[in-house]
Ligand binder design. Structure first.
Ligand SMILES: [Zn+2]
Length: 1035
């Protein structure tokens, strides 16, 4: 009888580890047999190019012989190789691999097609497109290091080898058994069963003798085939390649990353018919369609087969905080439209695994775009608090909710390893409520995607007793299973999904954020004006005014804006090279502006693109005395009582001509600005005009900034009707603060809580100048600011210490507002020391409040009644020049009576961001719209609303019809309202639609009436708090 030694766990585990190790005993272990034979290539030829060019173009270049050991560069260049491969006769019919290691990314081309994975035939010329960057750009070792320009890439390996698939399978068996033995707790007998099994396998195998392999495989199979019971948790495993559309590489490299990743994925699909791969971002599909026809046709084939699964429904995976409500809807509109046109598919889930926090408006925007499911995992990165759910209903500010899932493994790039399966099941916080979760596998961020070994592991573990069951499936299968469980058991989370990290991204790359805001507004205004131009044309039918709605141009502009809202571009977390998108914005700005001026017959007119009446000071940049004065033309609800009163320059300070509005807003509160000359180097000029009812103040301040001691102006805001001072008399307002801004690791991303305890002096390289302007009739004081900024890891904010007593601060978000604490009571409150808001933030108590408006900023903090606006940061990685240079921006202080709604804070912020435009329009004697009903008043609004509680968020021509106008309404105040929208156009039919301009069953309950009257159309709609409603108005 044999004497069996006592089984020592550690020695047995390490025995198994060394048996398949790529580092130890590689001359005799099992892994040493993975390639049975190797052979050199017949020849290696090389051709260097600077640009990313096609194979055909590359073939026109000169290829010269090169060899292993050669280094190639510089970074971001491309090198094409032509390999002559001669497979030995004895290898015929067997699996032969090309082994290539250039330490960089590369794509294999065979017979003119990108293949990446494939079988080599008897004789081949193979081309390799080598990119001088690795998966994570060209940084030096650490992820967030800036680019290393000196880096080169050395060709270390180029040969062919005969692959032994039996050895490969045995390696996976040993590895998986070893991992089960190691990862399962000692209280679980399966751990020991795995240990004994792997030990027995190794005893069985004589590595040089392939005849011993079969018995070892059988031993492993017996273990893996021992099944789970019915109650076991199921993981829905989806292949995935998170490809950042730009990050540590530019957009152009991403196009090639898609080709490299997906060509490999498609070959795996041919081999593994059960394998499904989920893929988001329509923009990446569009690039591949344009540049790689053979990959595209394979994608189409596997989409039809249900293996290559488009998900997410958006144009790119955008930032989750900063884009406007309308831009978010357009992400879905263009994304879903692409998937529908190309594949006949409408995604049912929103897919945003890697974005830095999620707006409380998202559930509503998703629902409005026909999406009811959401997947992310980023909240696992929160520093302070652990989010309490993985599967739950997420409810937005309007009460809409979506089924939401965070893959509990806290990653979108699993490798199919045992410890990942166990982590997923252990972490899952909704046990009992649900019995399944998602498992995303494949290399990510830089792309690459699933590999064959991952599928091999998951195949072994698909139903192995003691471990969760694994099912290769799509996200639709996963969510449908959750919905079929007992969804009423699931918990609910209301409000935003705040990421307690990366909150510096509301401020980094200030110019990108500034242009983003500007272009979002410009595009919406341009669409409105183009729609109006089309209405004029269609009703007048005059050849001289013939006008075609510029749909193609607008689509292209929107898609570029949406692309730059990608979650590493708009947040400012990409390399310097990606910031090249800034000039793009400038050109869009010009294009947007030029679209307004399409006629040579010019007459300056005022255009109000907002649906409410306004009184504003209008600046004319170039006043020509020979030209007529601007006329009052109400083009969109404008009620600007403009009269030309004063054309006068103000010395050296203001070059523009200002035209004041005569009829003043006599409403309280009245603002009085008092200057304290001794607080700093202030040069001032005060213009008191038109006695008591018109007071316009222009102040020009210049000087260096002295941290906390610096106070540009001390302002007291008094109101005759109540005794409050809005600003704390002990602490000056508009005080600039400079903080030490050194995060723990993620430089461009993070600002840590401890920055609030610091106070620094600005260096002599930076300075700030500011105009403080109180315009006639304006409810706010405005601060036009120019900063020359050359700091290192410093954070500039401006502070307003108010006298408001309140528990909460309200912040403008996409299409509504959100209240967050004005205190640090709990860890959840204090973790939100820096938050995202859009055009305004407001602190109000009963009867009065103070708002801060801005035209390009997104970072705020509010605690104990002190409201701070974040202005500029200065991180050095991954963009070593981030935010250096000159910045101009404006913000404003608006003390008010009553609530923020009663005081018109929201309208004021919209006006601040979309000032009345002076547009040169043709001087037409008759107004076509007015002539429709014989009226005579010029320039009546296209749409008018009878309530200030509702905003017209968008007016555009429908995607699918040249005779239909889309009007999108948004309830602003957070309450229900019956709104009446009137138009001078007589619509034949008005229907409720969703954000995709389709009919959505969820919109059936919307209570609305449409009637045509003598004067046009009247649409009455009942809206609930923050509701967004889209209407199709057919002419
Ligand atoms: Zn990402």
């Amino acid at each position: 009888m044999d004497h069996v030694p006592f089984k020592h766990k550690r020695t047995t585990l390490e025995r198994a580890e060394k048996f398949i190790s790529p580092h130890y005993f590689t001359d005799i272990n099992l892994r040493s047999r993975l390639y049975r034979e190797r052979a050199s290539l017949t020849s290696i030829k090389h051709c260097a190019v600077q640009d990313r060019i096609s194979l055909n173009k590359a073939l026109q270049g000169q290829f010269k012989t090169t060899s292993i050991g050669q280094a190639f560069g510089p970074v971001w260049s491309t090198h094409w190789f032509e390999l002559e491969v001669n497979i030995p006769v004895s290898w015929q019919g067997q699996e032969v691999h090309l082994l290539w290691d250039s330490g960089s990314e590369a794509l294999v081309w065979v017979q003119g097609q990108p293949v990446q994975v494939g079988t080599l035939c008897s004789f081949h010329v193979v081309h390799i497109e080598m990119a001088c960057n690795h998966l994570f750009g060209v940084g030096n070792l650490a992820l967030v290091k800036p680019e290393d320009d000196q880096r080169t890439f050395t060709l270390k390996q180029a040969e062919i080898a005969l692959f032994d698939r039996d050895v490969y399978d045995l390696i996976l068996d040993v590895e998986t058994l070893h991992d089960i033995a190691k990862e399962l707790p000692e209280t679980n007998q399966r751990s020991f069963q795995a240990l004994f099994t792997v030990n027995e396998m190794i005893n069985q195998i004589e590595v040089q003798d392939r005849s011993t392999y079969k018995r070892a495989q059988e031993i492993a199979q017996e273990f893996f085939l021992q099944r789970n019971g019915d109650s076991q948790h199921t993981l829905f495993a989806m292949g995935h390649a998170h490809i950042d559309t730009a990050w540590l590489w530019p957009y152009d490299e991403t196009k090639r990353k898609c080709a490299r990743s997906w060509s490999c994925t498609l070959r795996l699909m041919e081999k593994y018919p059960e394998f499904t791969f989920v893929c988001s971002q329509a923009q990446q599909f569009a690039w591949v369609k344009q540049l790689y026809p053979s990959i595209w046709s394979d994608i189409c084939k596997f989409v039809r087969m249900g293996q290559f699964v488009p998900v997410g429904g958006t144009w790119v995976e955008m930032d989750g905080n900063i884009p406007s409500g309308e831009a978010c809807i357009r992400q879905f509109l263009y994304g879903q439209k692409f998937f529908q046109e190309e594949f006949g598919i409408k995604c049912r889930e929103f897919w945003l695994p890697d974005t830095f926090g999620y707006s409380a408006q998202f559930p509503q925007i998703m629902r409005h775009c026909g999406v009811s499911r959401f997947l992310t995992q980023k909240l696992s990165w929160s520093l302070v608090n652990k989010f309490p759910h993985h599967t739950f209903y997420w409810e937005g500010i309007d009460g809409s909710s979506v089924l939401t899932h965070f893959p509990p493994g806290d990653s979108y790039e699993m490798k199919g390893k045992v410890h990942e399966l166990l982590k997923t099941i252990h972490n899952f916080r909704d046990k009992g409520r649900s019995n399944c979760s998602a498992f995303l596998f494949g290399y990510g961020d830089g792309g690459h995607g699933p590999r064959e070994d991952m599928l091999g592991r998951l195949e072994r573990l698909k139903d192995c007793d003691g471990l969760p069951k694994v099912k290769l499936a799509s996200s639709d299968a996963f969510f449908s299973t959750v919905e079929s469980e007992q969804p009423s058991r699931l918990c609910r989370w209301r409000g935003e999904l705040y990421l307690e990290l990366h909150n510096g991204t509301y401020t980094t790359w200030a110019k990108v954020k500034k242009y983003n805001r500007l272009c979002e507004i410009l595009l919406q205004e341009t669409e409105l004006l183009c729609t109006m131009a089309w209405v004029h044309r269609s009703l007048l039918k005059s050849d001289s005014l013939d006008y075609c709605y510029p749909r193609t141009k607008l689509d292209a502009l929107w898609k570029l804006l949406l692309l730059n809202q990608f979650h590493d571009v708009l947040p400012g977390s990409s390399i310097n090279m990606v910031r090249a998108c800034v000039p793009y914005y400038c050109s869009r700005e010009q294009q947007g502006t030029s679209t307004e001026r399409h006629s040579p017959d010019l007459e300056p007119c005022l255009v109000n693109t907002q649906p409410f009446a306004r009184r504003e000071v209008v600046k004319l940049a170039h006043l020509d005395s020979a030209r007529p004065s601007p006329k009052r033309r109400k083009l969109s609800g404008a009620d600007a009582d403009l009269e030309e009163d004063c054309n006068e320059t103000h010395g050296e300070f203001l070059k523009e001509i200002m035209i004041y509005l005569r009829h003043l807003n006599n409403h309280k509160p009245r603002l009085v600005l008092s200057l304290q000359e001794d607080t700093g180097p202030i040069k001032g000029m005060v213009c008191e005009r038109y006695n008591f009812y018109l007071s316009s103040v222009l102040v020009f301040c210049a000087g260096s900034l002295h941290a906390r001691s610096m106070c540009v102006i001390e302002s007291y805001f008094l109101c005759t009707s109540w005794s409050n001072e809005a600003i704390d008399s002990e602490h000056p307002a508009n005080q600039f603060l400079l903080y030490d801004d050194v995060p723990l690791y993620w430089d461009a991303w993070d600002v840590m809580d401890y920055h609030l305890e610091t106070s620094l002096q600005i260096s002599d390289k930076s300075y700030l100048q500011q105009k403080i302007i109180l315009e006639a009739g304006s409810p706010f004081v405005r601060f036009d600011t120019e900063v020359t900024w050359h700091e290192n890891r410093k954070f500039l904010k401006v502070e307003f210490p108010t006298t408001v007593h309140t528990m909460e601060c309200a912040y403008d978000i996409q299409s509504g507002f959100l209240r967050r604490p004005n205190h640090f009571n709990t860890s959840w409150d204090s973790a939100r020391f820096e938050v995202c808001g859009h055009k305004w933030a407001d602190l109000s108590e009963h009867g009065f409040g103070v708002a801060v408006l801005n035209n390009s900023k997104y970072g705020y903090s509010a605690v104990d009644g002190i409201l701070r606006l974040s202005l500029l940061r200065s991180p050095k990685t991954p963009d070593f020049k981030a935010d250096m240079g000159v910045h101009t921006f404006s913000y404003a202080l608006m003390p008010h009576k009553g609530s923020l709604q009663e005081a018109g804070v929201i309208q004021a912020a919209h006006s601040f961001n979309c000032p009345l435009r002076v547009v040169d329009l043709p001087s037409s004697p008759s107004d076509p719209i007015a002539s429709q009903d014989g009226g005579s008043d010029i320039g009546r609004s296209l749409f008018e609303l009878d309530t200030a509680k509702v905003l017209v968020q968008a007016v555009k021509m429908a995607e699918d019809s040249s005779q239909t106008i889309i009007v999108r309404l948004n309830e602003l105040f957070g309450g229900s309202v019956v709104a009446t929208l009137t138009s001078r156009l007589r619509f034949q039919k008005v229907q409720v639609c969703d954000g995709l301009e389709d009919f959505n069953s969820e919109d059936r309950d919307i209570d609305f009436h449409h009637k045509t009257t003598e004067r046009g159309s009247e649409i009455t709609v009942k809206m609930s708090a923050f509701q967004i409603i889209s209407l199709r108005c057919c002419i």
